[in-house]
Design a protein around this ligand. Structure first.
Ligand SMILES: *Cc1c(COP(=O)(O)O)cnc(C)c1O
Length: 542
């Protein structure tokens, strides 16, 4: 058999465990699960990332119901010192990057670069994940990309494929070109050869989420690695768009779900010279997120009467654990016999965390009677005032309906895990098609927590309506957000009132059958094992 290509996986964030604050959200969750999967299924992959001193914001709710950001310095004593240091020239100054190894979480090796050293004037570069924009962000991306390639060389890790998970690592491509030009290749030949080594994953379908930088700023920072202005423009345009650069510097690219592949192809159709964008749907690391007892109970469901009860009992165990967790955190005691809806998402407008509150006349009686209980969580981006208002509004709702609405502050992996195990329903209502994939719904599905979601991201690939979960909105799209929100709100209430609530209270047998179908229909396809196989077959080995 041919040897598998060795892959260096570049990502700005890794979510491996709650204690390690080197992540903000879904991108990091994907990367963490990917590297754990690489270890479990024996793939030659090494991760490259940054040892963020303060990680992402700790976001807590103040007495005025508003979210506030707090930053703490974290030091992880379990990181292994590789003894390797590399230097990146940033703004004409040498910045030393120390290379740490993370291998604590049954993960393939992840190397984290760190500029917080006494010899650095610019020690603060690796201070805050997504902390700043402009020059500071470019400096961070130079450490990840250029420092990352240098670290691979210094560590002696042979690399066949460089996988940029999102555009942040793009400067690694410049460094790879520079290396070849130093060996005497022309720009054209170096570019061609480099393209054969790079694969690129794009994530965000929101235009503003696709970072760009002024060319003169890239030059001033030294991010160009010796390339000329014209050469930079050839790769990423002007201003230089990191996603466009990724599409042009790679042999192949991918979106993170099949629907997202279509969205990305539409979005970038005018980019000449881009690589093909295929779809590889995200997946999760089961051992991290899924309760073994639920998998087993779903598998053995049809053996006898006892086995039929097992799945409900295992679910109730997780639901009670969540109820206890909520009580410890917020002092609210939810009712285990009432329907519990989980919703945790970054508070971005397109995710519409407040959609369920749109019509007071419909939702208030349900909340007052305790027919439904909703547990929310999710951070707003520290600089996003609209996102912060969304959080504030949910917190206010939790004050108005204290027994049926809860907001858990400072969303992290622990909350994610508790909610995707202990809820009855996992609600998701983004504006289609703006959710690239979503992985929290997969965690829920495999734990027997029934998805009730707009047909966006991964859900169109999994949903058998009324069998393993529910869809609502029928895939409706409109650029008129008012029209779209109105449409989806009606659809949400309809599915809640006509399907979810009656099934939960009046047809427990059907509910349990849906739980079983949810687990059995998703656990294989949405496992990181399938995803890794596809990345190898469709991208790395192509
Ligand atoms: C799973 C998870 C995510 C990603 O979930 P989405 O479905 O993309 O919202 C983000 N943050 C945490 C803490 C998670 O556990």
């Amino acid at each position: 058999m041919k040897k598998l290509p060795s892959v260096a996986y570049f990502c700005m964030e890794y979510a491996l465990d709650t204690e390690m604050r080197t992540y903000a959200g879904g991108l990091g969750i994907l990367a963490g699960d990917y590297l754990k999967g690489a270890k479990e299924y024996n793939y030659p992959i090494a991760g490259i990332g940054i040892n963020w001193k303060q990680g992402y914001s700790d976001q807590v709710i103040g007495a005025d119901n508003k979210p506030y950001d707090a930053y703490h310095n974290y030091k992880y004593d379990f990181l292994k010192d590789t003894g390797v240091k590399v230097t990146v020239k940033i703004r004409q100054r040498d910045v030393v990057c120390k290379v740490w190894l993370v291998d604590k979480y049954d993960n393939a090796p992840i190397y984290l670069l760190d500029t917080d050293l006494p010899e650095n004037e610019d020690a603060w570069i690796t201070g805050q994940l997504y902390g700043w924009f402009g020059e500071e962000r470019i400096a961070q991306e130079m450490v990840l990309g250029i420092g990352g390639v240098k670290a691979l060389r210094a560590l002696g890790i042979e690399t066949d494929i460089y996988h940029f998970n999102e555009g942040h690592a793009l400067f690694a491509g410049f460094e790879l070109i520079r290396e070849k030009m130093d060996r005497g290749l022309t720009f054209k030949d170096a570019l061609k050869k480099t393209k054969e080594e790079i694969v690129f994953t794009t994530h965000t379908p929101i235009i503003q989420g696709n970072e760009s930088h002024y060319i003169d700023r890239l030059m001033y920072m030294g991010a160009n690695c010796g390339l000329t202005i014209e050469q930079l423009i050839e790769i990423g345009g002007s201003p230089f768009n990191m996603t466009v650069g990724g599409l042009r510097l790679s042999k192949i690219s991918n979106g993170v779900a099949q629907l997202h592949k279509d969205t990305a192809n539409k979005m970038w159709k005018n980019v000449e010279g881009k690589s093909d964008i295929i779809g590889i749907t995200n997946a999760i690391h089961l051992k991290t997120w899924v309760d073994e007892r639920m998998l087993k109970a779903a598998e053995d469901f049809n053996i006898d009467e006892d086995s039929k009860n097992n799945i409900w009992n295992a679910h109730m165990f997780n639901k009670e654990a969540l109820i206890e967790f909520v009580y410890e955190r917020n002092g609210v005691k939810l009712d285990k016999d009432k329907l519990l809806i989980g919703f945790s998402r970054r508070a971005a407008p397109y995710k519409r965390s407040n959609l369920i509150f749109s019509d007071k006349e419909i939702i208030e009686p349900l909340l007052k009677a305790g027919k439904i209980q909703i547990v929310f969580s999710g951070k707003a981006h520290p600089l996003d005032d609209t996102g912060k208002e969304i959080v504030e509004n949910i917190v206010k709702m939790s004050k108005i309906y204290p027994n049926s609405v809860v907001f858990l502050e400072n969303y992290d992996m622990t909350i994610g895990k508790m909610l995707t195990r202990g809820s009855d329903i996992w609600l998701n209502n983004p504006r289609r098609p703006l959710e690239a994939s979503g992985t929290s719904g997969m965690k829920a599905a495999m734990n027997g927590v029934i998805n009730c979601s707009i047909l966006d991201g991964w859900w169109p690939e999994a949903c058998e309506d009324g069998v393993n979960g529910w869809q609502f909105g029928d895939g409706f799209e409109s650029e008129d957000f008012k029209e779209l929100d109105e449409h989806d709100k009606d659809a949400l209430y309809k599915v809640l009132l006509e399907k979810v609530i009656p099934t939960y209270y009046d047809n427990r047998e059907k509910w349990i059958n849906m739980m079983v179908a949810s687990i059995n229909s998703t656990k294989k396809y949405f496992s990181v094992e399938r995803m890794l196989k596809e990345y190898y077959e469709l991208m790395y080995q192509k």
